[in-house]
Design a protein around this ligand. Sequence first.
Ligand code: FAD
Length: 498
Amino acid sequence: MAQHIIIAGGGSAGWMAAALFARLRPAPDTRITLVESDAIGTIGVGEATIPILRNFNRLLGLHEPDFVAATQGSFKLGIEFVDWGQTGNRHFHGFGDHGAPIDGAAPHHHWHRLHAAGRTGDPIDAWSMPALAAAQDRFAPPEALRGEAAQYRYAYHFDAGLYARLLRSYAEARGVTRVEGRILDLERDAETGDLRALLLDDGRRLDGDLFLDCTGFASRLLGQGLEVGFVDWSHWLPANRALALGCARAGRFTPFTRSTAHAAGWQWRIPLQHRTGNGLVYSSAHLADDAAEQLLRTHLDGAAIGEPRLLRFTTGRRARFWAHNVVAIGLAAGFMEPLESTSLQLVQTGLVRLAELLPAGPVDPVILAEYNRETIAEYERIRDFLIAHYCISRRPEPFWRDMAAMPLPDTLAYKLALWDAIGRVPLYAQESHQEPSWVAILLGQGRLPRGHDPAADRPPLDGLATLLAERHAALSAAVGRMPPHDHFVARTCRAEAA
Ligand SMILES: Cc1cc2nc3c(=O)[nH]c(=O)nc-3n(C[C@H](O)[C@H](O)[C@H](O)COP(=O)(O)OP(=O)(O)OC[C@H]3O[C@@H](n4cnc5c(N)ncnc54)[C@H](O)[C@@H]3O)c2cc1C
């Protein structure tokens, strides 16, 4: 069916789609065309990722040092949360676990037991390799280490505009045709309702078989064209504005993203080689735009570069992601705030799922249904994870009180109830954040369960305390052998001066 794939939009989503389908061309004679409008431009904010992006780059065959240098990138071991839960709090969501199970129970159950017995004052981060390395601004890929110390993953920070440029060269070198123009109208088959062609502002017409809607928040094809509705989640995630502002590099060159909670939202700090990316995500019902700008400017660690960019959004997703012969990818499919850097993940998983399901011949409706079912589940799992960051907070400001009081999705309420009872995190299908991620957020914000896995009561308390102290010491020693993040970048993937 997909002899001619048309990709509408040339932001990160569009060029990731073009690169992937150029690499995994459904049939040797499949043509791929990408249309984008320079006049409209891209969002291009995404600067922090999660480890799964490494699989995407590997699939394309991108050489890591070249990719990091070309995108002014840096390495990311996780996210440091500052002032979340309550002011003065600091915890780390690392890309890794807190160690192997002991006597059949995950480490956080043992932590709970030691904590309840007054035998540890350390946070659970003391057993997280990425958290320990991040605290010292050190970075090395896990392949450089051995044993338990090597059990972690990493991701990147990068300039999203440069990533799109890199993927564009990659895709064009593999036969993707780029068309510059604005989509004015759509032509649909009167009988089937399928999309037949995109009509551009200069009169050109682009006929296709499969259309990927990567037109960003406009959702020009799926939302506007096919009138597929939007499922609004802003009652759960009310932040609806972001102010993005780069600043000159100053302070630490951290191998992690920092997320700092404020009275009505939170601020990101993303270290790149040529600048530091910053942004404030907030709810306009709780904070005025000018006050938000003031707040953002007072929390930069270097001189501002240019003017802040205001982005308005509504959290939610399209009711369906694939309808007729149109599949929405990226912001055209939905958006949840960048708290856990999940947008490019959703672009990637959507594309890979599509590539896996796309048949050579006609599309059976059950294939569409399956694509939509899996994608909806993935969005909902991420939604719950993001809500959890807010609803467990004990901060006193009205925004946070509202978040703590709101009725939760049943799936999340159940998860938190089980956590509170016994420290277990039930996982559902399409869950991208596994138990250690939930543990990092829940314990990190001080949400202590009432009980723990009975298996954690088996080892003698003294032996357990010694074992975990030894684990901490071994990880700390391994961290000591890692190079500082800035040295590692300078040695392996230094970018040209911007
Ligand atoms: C505040 C904020 C922070 C973010 N931070 C992160 C992060 O840290 N990590 C992360 O993974 N993601 C992040 N994201 C999300 C990330 O920026 C996007 O998911 C990603 O850039 C994909 O965007 P896109 O390509 O879907 O849309 P866009 O970048 O908006 O691109 C849309 C494209 O469609 C084209 N277009 C639109 N209408 C037409 C038309 N009529 N005719 C022709 N072309 C058209 C435009 O020209 C453009 O090329 C963030 C998003 C926001 C808003």
